[in-house]
Design a protein around this ligand. Structure first.
Ligand SMILES: [Fe+2]
Ligand SMILES: [Fe+2]
Length: 274
């Protein structure tokens, strides 16, 4: 997904509180059982704490965008009259993402507060054209948001969860990993259902769409913060993998979890990418 942080509005969040917050908590009671209030920024170097605040603020923003992607997909699935049970399963995804947004924002808060992120709320995510036939449009949403974005994020989150040492950060990442496992497999379940309806031109269209997302993901790897000067133990405490390990896992996972599974459905990302 392309990043829109250079212009626009400040990315700030709020909670309504009261009975609405209590209802939200009842929907996901496991979140409040995490050991909130146990991060101690004074225990780490100030520069690393600033990097961690930036990183968790950025994570909250990415989860926010993924929430929009899940909601956009739901609308497209409904318009395409996808199977009701499949849509029903996907209705949980925007809630999951809002929970992830809140958890990442709370981690930034515990470390001293969120950092400055600007964005254009009118251009949160790349959206397929409304002129497409509804089924192809729904499939394009699923391919770009789930078969690429979500499928790739799962191994990376799992790797970061394994490396994390602090109980709160490990707990947050563990919760996200469990939710995302279902998001990642959803995309390919949908492709299994829609496969017979897709013609060659549709598969080419989907490959081009996936290739655009893959290209922006590869470009984002250049912006991974350089934390090579810090001890692994310190990085792992605050929820990072070593940059080198992360990049190697990302490249491997892109081939294994995205490019190859899409090729099984005749969606050949490498053939259309330049
Ligand atoms: Fe998420
Ligand atoms: Fe997700």
């Amino acid at each position: 997904m392309k990043s829109n942080e250079s212009v626009g509005e400040l990315f700030e969040l709020c909670m309504l509180g009261g009975s609405v917050e209590r209802r939200f908590r009842r929907m996901r009671p496991e979140i409040e059982r995490l050991p909130w209030g146990t991060l101690n920024p004074a225990a780490h170097s100030p520069e690393l704490v600033i990097e961690a605040r930036k990183s968790w603020t950025h994570a909250a923003y990415q989860e926010h965008r993924t929430g929009a992607a899940c909601a956009e997909t739901l609308r497209a699935l409904i318009a395409a009259r996808a199977p009701v049970d499949l849509i029903g399963v996907a209705t949980r995804f925007p809630l999951d993402e809002m929970v992830h947004v809140e958890m990442c924002a709370r981690l930034a808060e515990e470390l001293g507060g969120g950092t400055h992120v600007e964005h254009d709320p009118r251009d949160l995510i790349p959206v397929p054209s409304l002129d497409l036939p509804p089924l192809l449009r729904a499939t394009e949403c699923v391919v770009q948001y789930f078969c690429v974005g979500e499928a790739l994020s799962i191994p990376l989150l799992r790797g970061t969860w394994r490396a994390a040492k602090h109980p709160l950060i490990k707990g947050v990442l563990g919760r996200i990993v469990r939710d995302e496992a279902l998001h990642g497999t959803f995309g390919f379940t949908f492709l299994g259902w829609v496969n017979d309806e897709l013609g060659d031109a549709d598969r080419k269209h989907l490959a081009l769409s996936a290739a655009r997302v893959v290209q922006s993901i590869r470009a984002s790897w250049d912006n991974i913060p350089d934390v090579s000067g810090y001890e692994s133990a310190e990085l792992h405490a605050l929820g990072w993998m070593d940059s080198h390990d992360y990049l190697a896992l990302a490249k491997r996972s892109l081939e294994k979890r995205v490019i190859k599974p899409l090729a099984k459905f005749g969606i050949f990302v490498n053939e259309v990418a330049n």
